[in-house]
Design a protein around this ligand. Structure first.
Ligand code: AMP
Length: 292
C-alpha cells in the first residue's frame, strides 16, 4: 500500500493503472477516523474493482464556521494500518493546501437538491462536498466511486453532479452499517459520552417503528413523522433538528408515500453532537444499489 500526499503523484499513478495496465479503479472518499461503515465501502470496492484508492481528507470547505472542523477526529496512523489490513492499494491523504492551493476560487454547486434537509441545516455544506468530490474524481478518475446511504442526500447530490458534469465515474451507494445497538456507525459517535451513546440508539428504534407502521399500511407522512418524533422525544438527551419525509430521488417533500421510494431522514443532537440517520420506505432496492 502506498500513501500518496501529492495530487500529481496520484494522477500519474492512476493514469498508468488505467492506460498501461488497463485496470479498473475504485475510489472510496472518506474523512478518516475509519469505522466499519467505511470498511463496507472498501469491501464493495474490492469486490468490483482491480485497484482500490481510499482518500482520507477532512475537507474544510464542507464545514460551517461553527461546526466541528477543528475537533474532527484525525488519526492517519491508525487509519493507514486498518487500510493496509483491508488490502487497499493507495491512500490519498493530501493536505488542505494540496487540494486548495493559494488563490483557489472554483466551487461546484448542485442547485435545488443542495438547499434541502442537510443543506438547509448546514448552508454551504454540499458546495464543499461537491467541490472536493469533483476534485478527487478528477485526480483519480475512478471507474467507480463508493458512497454510503448513511449520507443519503450526499449520494443523491453527487449523482446529480456526476450526471450534469458528464463525469466518467459510476456512483455506487451501499447500505448503512450499524452497531449491534442499532446506532448507525459514524466518526462523530466518538464525541458521545456513555449516556448520550445509549440515548442515540433511539434513532434506529424510531425509524424501525416507522418502517413497521409503513409495512402495516401507514403511508401518511404526518402520522409517520409524528411517530418518529414522539419516539425520539422519549429520550431527554435528544434534541431534534429535523425529521422529514421526501422523495428518495428528487427530495421533494411528501404528504404521503406513493409508488416511489421515500426517504425518511432525521438529524438529532445529543449534547453538542449532531447525528443523522435515515431509512428508505417503498422499493428500497431501487434506492440503494447493493453489491451481491
Ligand atoms: P465520512 O468519512 O463520514 O465523510 O464518510 C465517508 C463515506 O462513508 C461516506 O460515503 C459515508 O456515507 C460513508 N459512511 C459513513 N458512515 C457509514 C455507515 N455507517 N454505513 C455506511 N456508510 C457509511
Amino acid at each position: 500500500m502506498e500513501i500518496i500526499n501529492r495530487r500529481k503523484r496520484m494522477m500519474s499513478v492512476a493514469r498508468r493503472l488505467r492506460r498501461e495496465e488497463n485496470r479498473t479503479i475504485g475510489l472510496v472518499p472518506t474523512m478518516g477516523a475509519l469505522h466499519e461503515g467505511h470498511l463496507s465501502l472498501i469491501h464493495g470496492a474490492r469486490a468490483l474493482c482491480d485497484v482500490v484508492v481510499v482518500s482520507v481528507f477532512v475537507n474544510p470547505t464542507q464545514f460551517g464556521p461553527n461546526e466541528d472542523f477543528a475537533a474532527y477526529p484525525r488519526d492517519l496512523t491508525r487509519d493507514s494500518a486498518l487500510l493496509a489490513e483491508y488490502n487497499v492499494d493507495y491512500v490519498l491523504a493530501p493536505t488542505s493546501e494540496e487540494i486548495y492551493p493559494p488563490g483557489f476560487s472554483t466551487y461546484v454547486t448542485v442547485e435545488g437538491l443542495s438547499d434541502k434537509l442537510e443543506g438547509a441545516a448546514r448552508p454551504g455544506h454540499f458546495r464543499g462536498v461537491c467541490t472536493v468530490v469533483s476534485i478527487l474524481l478528477n485526480i483519480v478518475r475512478p471507474n467507480f466511486a463508493f458512497f454510503g446511504q448513511k449520507d443519503a442526500q450526499q449520494s443523491i447530490v453527487i449523482k446529480q453532479m456526476v450526471r450534469d458534469l458528464g463525469l466518467d465515474a459510476e456512483i455506487v451507494v451501499l447500505p448503512i452499517v450499524r452497531e449491534e445497538s442499532g446506532l448507525a456507525m459514524s466518526s462523530r459517535n466518538a464525541y458521545l459520552d456513555d449516556p448520550e451513546r445509549r440515548a442515540a440508539t433511539v434513532l434506529n428504534r424510531a425509524l424501525s417503528q416507522a418502517r413497521a407502521a409503513y409495512d402495516e399500511g401507514e403511508h401518511n407522512a404526518a402520522r409517520l413523522l409524528e411517530l418518529v418524533r414522539s419516539t425520539i422525544e422519549t429520550e431527554s438527551l435528544a434534541r431534534i433538528d429535523y425529521v422529514s419525509l421526501n422523495d428518495a430521488e428528487t427530495l421533494a417533500k411528501l404528504d404521503k408515500i406513493g409508488d416511489r421510494p421515500a426517504l425518511l431522514s432525521l438529524a438529532v443532537f445529543f449534547g453538542k453532537t449532531r447525528l443523522i440517520d435515515n431509512i428508505v420506505l417503498g422499493s428500497e432496492r431501487n434506492a440503494v444499489s447493493a453489491i451481491a
